[in-house]
Design a binder for this molecule. Structure first.
Ligand SMILES: *Cc1c(COP(=O)(O)O)cnc(C)c1O
Length: 456
């Protein structure tokens, strides 16, 4: 099957008036599946050949928006980023509504010291950056669901933050039910609360097992032809294009607030599945001025090692303090390779990657708090460490780390580290007042299947 390599051409520019007329298609990174549009890619999630969908073209964001993002409202930037990808399947006014609702909270850039800023991505409904992708995706699926006769069941396994963001994104969305599988006793108290209070159309299944059991059950459901003939199931996995692409937004929002226009920042991204940093690299390809990216990892160091010797060897995930990044085989990394056309040297010019263990994370978190009176969470701390390491070698530069979750989400761990209580924000306190719903199940596929069939 012939596949186009992406062309880095300005395909849409509403400001200078250029509009190249072509349809945006997505191909599978395994190149054994048909091309699809944004709607099909969103509904399918993963390509039938098990590859990830990737756009044929990388659109250029209007140059004035890249050089002077501060002059534009957030929603307008978000619209310009997404429109080339969605123009065949979502109208302008619908997309305007979707992005408006998606970015309807703060993304403050907070100075931590002379060289380092924190981009706080935790001001959304579930206090993690995944809110952005989940909100965008849920609104797209709600729209696309109108073309499908039956209700859509969104099925997702979570080790923590994904489930909450997906539950909040889909709460009360007509035509859609969400089934979330989470490992019993392995998510934090607040994370679980977010899963159980999602509303009428959100069903939380507490699986008596671990995250791998949850993921296995979900995979079994997608592979079950009999089930798929009777119900429409869709995944809200982080590889979905409708979650991946909108993550570019806040890199532009960071630049809106960046004080030193003539010196682009280094941006450090705490990374697990590598979807977030891949969106940042895509934003750079689309025109955003970023001097360098750091993929900051915990002890799960597959990518830092890959960048050293070019050998990719997946591992079993190790448990760490930054649990949302405990990934031994990062699924989005193939998209980064695709973006750089598998040229490792070109990638290394734009991205470095470092790994830090729990011991360093704990001591650095305490230092940031005591020296700069700023309290990061364990994930943001890894981002800080990555940035600090790079800046030691490049003292003339300044940078940003992404603070991907609110520290309160890891309350217990945090309180042990800083030996202080962390106040629970009002939005979480309100969750304690809501009715909680959950079903406990043994990790057996037949049980899941009959639950799903009952939902028809
Ligand atoms: C999911 C998550 C990450 C990792 O993001 P990837 O896109 O998987 O690299 C980092 N921090 C937090 C708090 C997360 O929830």
């Amino acid at each position: 099957m012939p596949y186009l390599r992406y062309k880095n051409s300005p395909c849409w520019c509403s400001h200078c008036g250029t509009q190249l007329n072509f349809k945006m298609k997505f191909y599978s990174t395994n190149k054994q599946a048909p091309l699809v549009d944004f709607r099909e890619a969103t509904i399918l999630g993963q390509a039938p050949d098990k590859g990830l969908y990737f756009p044929e073209y990388i659109p250029a964001v209007p140059p004035s928006m890249c050089t002077n993002p501060g002059a534009y409202p957030k929603a307008e930037i978000a619209f310009e980023i997404m429109y080339p990808y969605t123009k065949e399947v979502i109208s302008k006014s619908e997309l305007q509504d979707i992005v408006q609702q998606t970015v309807d909270f703060k993304f403050p850039l907070v100075p931590v010291n002379e060289q380092v800023f924190s981009l706080e991505l935790f001001h959304g409904p579930t206090m993690a950056f995944k809110d952005v992708g989940a909100r965008f995706m849920s609104r797209c699926l709600a729209k696309f669901g109108q073309y499908i006769d039956s209700r859509i069941i969104v099925l997702v396994a979570t080790s923590g933050d994904t489930g909450g963001a997906v539950a909040a994104g889909f709460a009360n969305v007509p035509g859609i039910d969400v089934v979330i599988l989470y490992p019993s006793k392995k998510v934090s108290e607040i994370q679980e609360l977010q899963l159980l209070t999602g509303g009428e159309n959100i069903r939380a299944l507490e699986v008596i097992g671990n995250f791998d059991d949850c993921q296995r059950l979900v995979k079994q459901a997608f592979a079950d032809k009999d089930l798929c003939q009777q119900v429409t199931i869709s995944s809200a996995n982080s590889i979905n294009v409708a979650r991946w692409l909108p993550q570019q937004f806040y890199y532009f929002f960071a630049l809106q607030q960046w004080p030193i226009i003539e010196m682009p920042p280094v941006i450090s991204v705490p990374s697990g599945n590598f979807g977030n940093i891949c969106a940042g690299l895509l934003a750079k390809k689309s025109g955003l001025a970023v001097s360098h990216f750091i993929a900051a990892c915990n002890s799960n160091d597959v990518i830092p090692r890959f960048l050293v010797d070019g050998n990719y060897s997946a591992q079993v995930a190790k448990a760490t303090l930054s649990n949302a990044m405990d990934v031994g085989d990062p699924s989005n990394f193939v998209r980064i390779l695709e973006l750089y056309q598998h040229n490792l040297n070109a990638l290394k010019k734009d991205m470095s990657s470092f790994s830090f263990d729990d011991h360093l994370t704990a001591s650095c978190l305490k230092t940031i708090y005591s020296q700069y009176a700023y309290l990061p969470d364990p994930h943001g701390t890894i981002g800080f460490l990555g940035l600090q390491k790079y800046l030691q070698q490049h003292p003339e530069e300044k940078g940003i780390f992404l603070e991907t979750a609110h520290p309160v989400k890891f309350k217990q761990v945090m309180e042990q580290l800083i030996d202080q209580d962390i106040e629970i924000p009002e939005q979480v306190q309100n969750l304690f007042k809501l009715p909680q719903r959950k079903t406990r199940i043994a990790p057996e596929y037949d049980i899941l299947k009959s639950l799903l069939l009952e939902m028809r």
